[in-house]
Unconditional design. Structure first.
Length: 228
């Protein structure tokens, strides 16, 4: 992977990317409120479960397929996998987040000098891009020749870092405890990416009932820091 591709990947996974990722807790806010998550160990268990049941089994393999569809200029496959990802979101809150982040990333790409002329940013692709952040992320990585495995690793780290930041704000968790949670995951993340890349189409899917319950209840939670 070239130096420019590496640094563009860092831009895509940066917390400063203006797509609103920091405004969502994906149900964690309610899980903290009700006492499911009380400390760093609880955060680790919660995120470890989501890595196995959702991120590694759904988001990463779908991202890989969106990446290949982008490389092959296959609009039908690209739209299919964007629709598939959105269909697996189990609450209105999670669906709204997916679409809002997808639209925001598309707006970011629209304003980047070399991306403005991409044919995939024309109208026929935009419906799929507006479905999920993964669509724009995959398109940008394919266009910038970011290695697929590194793209998956980057997205995985970005998701994990954002969720730890949420926990630091909510519990509240000390910054050092947050870093220790991230460190505990570092040895297993590459294996999650490898497993995701090996999944067959029929094995892709998500089953995260605790997150779905927490997310649905967060929609009407009385006092909230994060969007629903």
């Amino acid at each position: 992977m070239s130096n420019s591709a590496f640094f563009r990947l860092q831009q895509l996974i940066s917390p400063s990317l203006p797509i609103g990722a920091f405004t969502y807790s994906q149900g964690m806010e309610w899980a903290v409120e009700c006492g499911w998550i009380k400390d760093a160990d609880d955060v680790y268990v919660w995120l470890d479960g989501l890595l196995e049941s959702s991120v590694g089994a759904l988001e990463l393999p779908v991202l890989a397929r969106l990446y290949h569809a982008s490389q092959q200029q296959d609009l039908d496959a690209f739209s299919h996998w964007a629709d598939t990802l959105l269909a697996w979101r189990e609450t209105s809150e999670l669906r709204a987040e997916e679409c809002q982040r997808g639209q925001a990333l598309t707006m970011v790409l629209d304003k980047l000098p070399d991306a403005a002329g991409w044919p995939e940013l024309q109208q026929q692709w935009r419906d799929a891009l507006a479905q999920t952040q993964l669509a724009g992320f995959a398109l940008a990585c394919a266009r910038w020749n970011v290695d697929l495995e590194q793209a998956l690793n980057g997205y995985l780290w970005s998701w994990l870092e954002n969720m730890v930041i949420v926990a630091v704000k909510l519990i509240p968790l000390g910054q050092s405890d947050g870093q220790r949670v991230l460190y505990r995951f570092s040895d297993q993340l590459a294996a999650i990416t490898q497993q995701a890349m090996a999944l067959d189409d029929d094995d892709i899917g998500s089953s995260s009932p605790a997150m779905a319950i927490a997310s649905s209840l967060h929609e009407t939670q009385y006092c909230r820091l994060f969007r629903s």
